[in-house]
Design a protein around this ligand. Structure first.
Ligand SMILES: C[S@@+](CC[C@H](N)C(=O)[O-])C[C@H]1O[C@@H](n2cnc3c(N)ncnc32)[C@H](O)[C@@H]1O
Ligand code: SF4
Ligand code: SF4
Length: 338
């Protein structure tokens, strides 16, 4: 779906307008399998593009209803030391940590635009009370929530409360070999996590998922994880290794999204532990997006998303084609979980 820009920004620039139109329509047309539907669908898409380009709604000049994902990186702190990931090396201080009321405000302001909120980290369950509060608010606002966890702090009382809200829990598992586990996680948490996964399956049922990171280091372990998931009837997703400040090696030849499909991160609204807002966690790779677009402890999220820089960044992201495009949170949802 097209983004909506300030008319004044592009009013007089014919080439930018044509470029913007073609940038939207060509990848769309390539995705149409049934060629007899090509012309009618392109006409409908053109009408949609015109509406979104020229009509400015009072507060939402970005995606339409239920088209955005709010991704909250609640903390950089972690109780594991995975070599694939450097997030745990830079924990925020107590004073840097965002008060949960700001995320709840954010949810209330944005819920009509959200199809999902995802909470990640660091290890989110280090802030279990905040997680429960956000989960309750999401439930009230009918926004499905996905929590990504290393599985260590998952316990019965949390699972029962979480299950009642029908949200999804994703636990990360890169091997089911106990010795490799210690190497992959930097701690010997294998028994705890495996026990918690079975407990979570018995309480959450199909709302439990498992995600594995595919890197050179894990390529011979992932089939075992897939086998385990099949046996336990748990949905599984593979995330390709990215630069998270860790020191594993990616399998460079691998990517699983089409170059012609725009990076789906344009749908994302990402919040850092201190409340800074970015459009994708790899924003440092886009010069205009290096600085966060705002901070939700200081400004209203809709004001932040409607700034000229924010819409301009979304426009640039439309043709951004870096390896981070293959990360789960930057991919269309229909490409996840087998
Ligand atoms: C950063 S973790 C945070 C949540 C939680 N601590 C966990 O490990 O599940 C979120 C997801 O990113 C994955 N991940 C970690 N390092 C990664 C990397 N270098 N490339 C791609 N995914 C990575 C994790 O396996 C997890 O599924
Ligand atoms: S991948 Fe998750 S569990 Fe491992 S260090 Fe990073 S944040 Fe912690
Ligand atoms: S390709 Fe990477 S940097 Fe570019 S928009 Fe997507 S996630 Fe952001």
């Amino acid at each position: 779906m097209s983004l909506i820009y300030k008319r004044s920004t592009y009013q007089l620039n014919f080439f930018l307008t044509v470029n913007d139109y073609l940038g939207e329509i060509i990848p769309f047309a390539k995705r149409i399998d049934k060629k007899h539907l090509l012309i009618p669908l392109v006409i409908l898409k053109t009408i949609e593009w015109c509406i979104y380009r020229w009509y400015k709604t009072p507060i939402r000049r970005f995606y339409g209803i239920k088209s955005n994902e709010l991704i909250y990186n609640i903390t950089n702190r972690c109780n594991e030391k995975c070599p694939k990931c450097g997030i745990w090396k830079n924990p925020e201080t107590d004073s840097q940590h965002l008060n949960v009321v700001h995320i709840i405000d954010c949810l209330n302001r944005l819920h009509n635009n959200l199809y999902q909120i995802t909470i990640t980290g660091g290890e989110p369950l280090l802030f279990k009370n905040d997680i429960i509060q956000v989960a309750q608010e999401s439930r009230k606002l009918k926004v499905p929530m996905i929590l990504i966890s290393n599985g260590i702090l998952v316990d019965r009382s949390f699972l029962e409360e979480y299950a009642a809200m029908e949200h999804i829990l994703v636990v990360s598992v890169d091997t089911i070999n106990k010795e490799k586990w210690n190497e992959f996680r930097g701690t010997n948490s294998f028994d705890i996590v495996m026990h918690n996964i079975l407990l979570a399956k018995s309480i959450l049922g199909n709302n439990l998922r498992i995600q594995s990171v595919l890197a050179n280091e894990t390529k011979y372990d992932i089939p075992g994880v897939i086998e385990f998931c099949k046996k336990q009837n748990i949905m599984h997703n593979i995330q390709l290794y990215q630069d998270f400040g860790g020191h594993w090696n990616s399998m460079n030849e691998m990517k699983d999204t089409d170059d012609n499909i725009p990076c789906a991160a344009r749908k994302n609204i990402c919040i850092y532990p201190n409340g800074d807002v970015v459009k994708c966690f790899d924003h440092l790779k886009i010069p205009l997006a290096k600085e966060p677009i705002g901070n939700i402890s200081k400004d209203d999220i809709i004001e932040i998303l409607c700034t000229k820089r924010s819409t301009e960044i979304s426009r640039i992201m439309k043709t951004c084609n870096l390896p981070c495009k293959n990360m789960s949170c930057n991919k269309p949802q229909n490409l996840l979980y087998g």
